[in-house]
Design a protein around this ligand. Structure first.
Ligand SMILES: [Zn+2]
Length: 124
């Protein structure tokens, strides 16, 4: 490998390390996270004579739920409207974490390939 190619490889390796460190700093700043989906539901009650049994528009609610899976089982967590924003924010954080992890993994693959190449060429 020519010296210029080795210098370029070393620069790319430094750049990988900086980008990886930047992604790690973003993860450090995450808040509580929770996978899930928020649902708004209108419900029928147990009283067959109640108006809610005469059409979807007359159902009770809205009631809010956060659904997510734990060990392949769906969990439905009932939420008070006051708690909605907490869960909405946590779901957003969870998506952000997944995105960051995906970026870190893709970056790791190319960084590892470059480091392996550097070892092969004895450029370090
Ligand atoms: Zn009802």
């Amino acid at each position: 490998m020519k010296a210029i190619a080795k210098t370029r490889l070393a620069a790319l390796i430094r750049s990988d390390a900086q980008r990886f460190a930047a992604l790690k700093r973003e993860i450090v700043h995450l808040h509580y996270f929770c996978k899930g989906t928020l649902l708004k539901r209108m419900m029928k009650c147990g009283n067959k004579k109640c108006a809610c049994h005469r059409g979807p528009a007359k159902r009770h609610g809205p009631y809010f739920e956060c659904t997510y899976k734990v060990q392949n089982k769906t969990v439905n967590l009932k939420l008070y409207p006051e708690a909605l924003h907490l869960y909405r924010a946590a779901i957003h954080q969870s998506r952000k974490l997944k995105l960051l992890l995906g970026r870190m993994e893709r970056l790791s693959r190319s960084a590892l390939a470059r480091l392996a190449q550097q070892k092969l060429t004895g450029a370090d």
